[in-house]
Design a protein around this ligand. Structure first.
Ligand SMILES: Nc1nc2c(c(=O)[nH]1)N[C@H]1C(S)=C(S)[C@@H](COP(=O)(O)O)O[C@H]1N2
Ligand SMILES: [Mo]
Length: 433
C-alpha cells in the first residue's frame, strides 16, 4: 500500500511524469510503463493486457490526501461533500445492510436545517391545496387516524448520484455512487391524501414545500420546491412518511414528516413537508425548469453550455448496482482465489433483471444471483462468487441490467450541465497479496 501511495504522490507532485510512467506517451499503458505501474501499485496487474487504452486504474483515480469525514452524533463517518448546505455521501461498503440503518443514510440539503419542531409532532400541519374541491389542512395526528398506514422498504437516490464520473466535470456535489438509501418507511399513501382533497380534473401536477430556510435567510424563498406528474403522486409506493426504520424521522432527514417518492430523483422526497399544491401546469419552484433535474432529449456535446430548452425532467432513475461487501482499496491475503461477493441493485421504477461482475476489465463477465425485491421500489440483493487466477491488482466491475435490458455503461453517458443520472458501472480496486 505504501508503494501504491508513492505513485499517487507522484501524480500529485508531477502529474506529467506520473502519466508518462503509467501510460507512456500515447496514453496507453504498455511495456515497461506497465511493469513500473504494477510495481508502484505493489503488485502485478494480471489482466493488464485487457485494460482499455487510457483507462486510469481505479486505485489511482482517488483524490490525493483523502476525503473529509462527517463527524456528527447519530451519524456514521460519512464522506463530507459540503458543510453549507450540509451534504454527505455513504461509502459503498457501508451500504451492505438490506435495510439502510438511519445513521448510514446519505444527507442532502439545499438550504439550512430548520429548528426541530418543539411541539407535539401530532400537531404539525400539512396542507393540500390548489386544483382541489376540498382543500385540506391536516395535523399529523389526523393524517394517521384518517388514512391507512403502510410500511415499505423504499430506495431513495439523489438525482446527482454518480456525478463524479462525468467528464468534463459538471457543477454540483461530486457524488460517487453512495447517494442512495433503502430505508424502511412508515406513513400514509400520498394517493389517499390527494383523493381526500377531491382533486379537480385539472389537477395534473404537484408542487411540494418544506420548512427548511433558504441559505440567504430570506423567509419568502424556498430552498428547493419540486413537483411531479400526478400519476407518480398516485402510485401506491409514494408516501407521506412519518417514521424511518421504526423511529420518528431524525431532524436531518425531515422530522416530523416528509415525502418519499422512490425511484425518481431524491429531490422529489420533500423533507419537513408543510404543503402540497395540485396544479394544472408543471411546478415552477426552485429546482424546476432550465437544466435543473433535467437531461437532454438528444445527447449534447460534453462541456457545451445549454439553457435546457430541449431537456426533459428526470422521471425514473437509471439502473445501478453496487458491490458492498468488499471496500474499494481492500487488501486480501496472498493466495485468495475465490471472492464471495454481494451487493444491491435497483432501477428506478423498473426492476433489476441481472447483475454481472468482471475481474478482467470487462473482457469476461460472471452472472450473479439477484433476489426479488420484498416490495416494489425496494432495492434487490445480489450475490455470487468469482474466481481469480493469481495474486495481483484487480478491479471488480459491477454492472446491473434492468428489466427492459438496459445495462450500466462503462462511462457516464448523456452528459448534461448539472450532472444528473450518471450510472457508470461500479469499479472496486483490490490487491491480492
Ligand atoms: N425540504 C427539503 N427537502 C429535500 C431537500 C432539501 O434540501 N430540502 N433535498 C432533497 C434532495 S436533493 C435529496 S437527494 C433528498 C435527500 O434526503 P436525505 O437527506 O434524507 O438523504 O432530500 C430531498 N428533500
Ligand atoms: Mo438530490
Amino acid at each position: 500500500m505504501s508503494r501504491e501511495r508513492s505513485l499517487q504522490e507522484l501524480y500529485a507532485q508531477d502529474p506529467e511524469r506520473a502519466d508518462a510512467l503509467a501510460f507512456g506517451r500515447r496514453g496507453a499503458l504498455k511495456g515497461p510503463a506497465l511493469a513500473a505501474m504494477g510495481a508502484a501499485l505493489g503488485a502485478t496487474i494480471p489482466f493488464a493486457g485487457r485494460m482499455p487504452e487510457g483507462l486510469l486504474p481505479a486505485a489511482l483515480a482517488q483524490p490525493a490526501g483523502g476525503t473529509p469525514t462527517l463527524r456528527m452524533d447519530g451519524k456514521a463517518p460519512l464522506i463530507l461533500l459540503g458543510e453549507r448546505p450540509l451534504v454527505a455521501e455513504t461509502p459503498e461498503s457501508m451500504l451492505d445492510d438490506d435495510v439502510t440503518p438511519t445513521d448510514k443514510f446519505f444527507i442532502r440539503n439545499n438550504g439550512g436545517i430548520p429548528e426541530r419542531f418543539a411541539g407535539d409532532p401530532k400537531t404539525w400541519r400539512v396542507k393540500i391545496e390548489g386544483e382541489v374541491n376540498t382543500p385540506l389542512d391536516l395535523t399529523l395526528g389526523e393524517l394517521e387516524s384518517r388514512f391507512e398506514t403502510v410500511t415499505l422498504r423504499l430506495q431513495m437516490e439523489c438525482g446527482g448520484n454518480g456525478r463524479a464520473a462525468f467528464t468534463p466535470e459538471t457543477r454540483g456535489n461530486q457524488w460517487g455512487n453512495g447517494a442512495i438509501s433503502n430505508g424502511e418507511w412508515t406513513g400514509v399513501r400520498l394517493r389517499d391524501v390527494i383523493r381526500a382533497a377531491s382533486p379537480k380534473d385539472s389537477a395534473r401536477f404537484t408542487g411540494h414545500y418544506g420548512a427548511d430556510p433558504h441559505l440567504s435567510g430570506d423567509p419568502s424563498r424556498p430552498s428547493i420546491s419540486r413537483g411531479m406528474p400526478i400519476a407518480k403522486a398516485m402510485e401506491d409506493t409514494t408516501l407521506v412518511a412519518l417514521r424511518l426504520n421504526g423511529e420518528p424521522i431524525p431532524l436531518l432527514h425531515g422530522y416530523p414528516v416528509r415525502l418519499i417518492t422512490p425511484g425518481w430523483p431524491g429531490s422529489l422526497s420533500q423533507k419537513w413537508l408543510t404543503r402540497i399544491v395540485l396544479r394544472a401546469t408543471p411546478h415552477d419552484g426552485p429546482g424546476m425548469g432550465g437544466t435543473s433535474y433535467r437531461v437532454p432529449v438528444k445527447p449534447i456535446v460534453p462541456g457545451s453550455s445549454n439553457n435546457g430548452a430541449d431537456f426533459v425532467d428526470i422521471a425514473s432513475m437509471p439502473v445501478r448496482g453496487l458491490l458492498t461487501n468488499l471496500a474499494h482499496g481492500s487488501r486480501l491475503p496472498a493466495g485468495t482465489r475465490r471472492l464471495d461477493l454481494r451487493g444491491h441493485a435497483w432501477a428506478g421504477d423498473l426492476t433489476v433483471r441481472a447483475v454481472h461482475v468482471s475481474a478482467d476489465f470487462g473482457a469476461s463477465w460472471t452472472e450473479m444471483r439477484v433476489n426479488d425485491a420484498p416490495n416494489r421500489h425496494a432495492w434487490q440483493r445480489w450475490q455470487g462468487s468469482l474466481e481469480l487466477p493469481s495474486d495481483g491488482y484487480f478491479e471488480i466491475w459491477t454492472r446491473a441490467t434492468d428489466s427492459q435490458g438496459r445495462m450500466q455503461p462503462h462511462a457516464a453517458a448523456n452528459w448534461n450541465p448539472q450532472g444528473y443520472a450518471a450510472n457508470a458501472m461500479a469499479r472496486t480496486a483490490i490487491l491480492v497479496g
